[in-house]
Design a protein. Structure first.
Length: 296
């Protein structure tokens, strides 16, 4: 059943809001709100369209363009853009001034997302449970690494960084900015953008485009052939990403984890509030979605 444009716009706004936060992915919102598969299908269609265009297959390009769900992708993109433009400064300010409390809120939101995503796996078994556990443990340890900056990297390093980081755009639990931090390329990419190094930015953007085209096709196939196993792995990614959002000692500014200290009560209350809001919203949305499927 197609989603209404206003509903898709609202989901896009939530995705954009999540993408602003270090360690949080808009893909998490897409998964919890029930549009993840449609998002991947649409991105895959764009990739197929680009493939036909590169081959100068104008008929194939036209046919793929007709298959794209414009009433889905346009409101979604508009919602994401509005969130980025309207909330980025406020959230960045709060992350700077209240890092522990904001991390507590985001920790609760993502933990609630994990709980809310569990019913998206239609049939649990031992294999899917192991996949969730292994991916979660791997993500937990991998996200503990933050590389120091790379000194004077070649242009191909920017291409590779873009191709890898863009995958986080459509994966729940991992943000592209954090992938760049792990690769030691975050400051360099940000500097290239701020200093208007157009050649470097173009190489990075090309890597993003090609990485997104290739990865979306793989993920599209996997979701349609191994849906429950893939979703279990995606939930594991979200679970492992909680390391980045552990509030103590420094919020989202690092991945060191200590026992709660100093400012404890308010971050815990914010975490509980975030968990309840997300889990409650997702439970209602899931029931409405299932009722619509039965009615259809």
């Amino acid at each position: 059943m197609p989603h209404k444009p206003a509903s898709v716009f609202a989901r896009g706004f939530l995705m954009g809001s999540a993408d602003i936060v270090p360690g949080v992915s808009g893909g998490t919102v897409a998964l919890v709100t029930g549009i993840y598969e449609e998002l991947i299908d649409t991105v895959s269609l764009f990739a197929a369209t680009a493939g036909h265009l590169l081959k100068l297959d104008l008929v194939g390009t036209r046919d793929r363009l007709r298959e794209i769900r414009w009433l889905f992708i346009l409101p979604l993109g508009a919602g994401i853009l509005l969130a980025l433009l309207s909330l980025a400064r406020a959230i960045e300010h709060l992350l700077d001034t209240e890092p522990v409390r904001m991390a507590g809120l985001f920790f609760g939101l993502v933990a609630g997302s994990v709980a809310a995503a569990l019913p998206r796996v239609k049939q649990w078994d031992g294999v899917r449970a192991v996949v969730l556990l292994l991916v979660g443990v791997a993500a937990f340890f991998l996200l503990g690494f933050r590389s120091s900056g790379v000194a004077d990297p070649p242009l191909w390093a920017f291409f590779l960084a873009g191709a890898i980081a863009i995958c986080a755009m459509i994966l729940p639990g991992i943000s592209g900015s954090f992938i760049l931090l792990m690769l030691g390329m975050y400051d360099l990419v940000l500097g290239a953008v701020n200093d208007r190094q157009l050649a470097t930015v173009a190489v990075f953007a090309t890597g993003c485009a090609i990485g997104l085209m290739l990865f979306s096709q793989v993920l599209h196939w996997a979701l349609h052939h191994h849906h429950d196993t893939v979703v279990a792995g995606l939930i594991g990614l979200m679970l492992g990403s909680l390391r980045v959002l552990w509030p103590w000692p420094e919020g989202t500014a690092g991945t060191t984890m200590t026992m709660p200290q100093d400012d404890v009560v308010v971050p815990i209350l914010l975490a509980v509030t975030g968990f309840v809001v997300v889990a409650g919203f997702a439970a209602v949305a899931f029931r409405v979605e299932r009722a619509a499927e039965r009615a259809a």
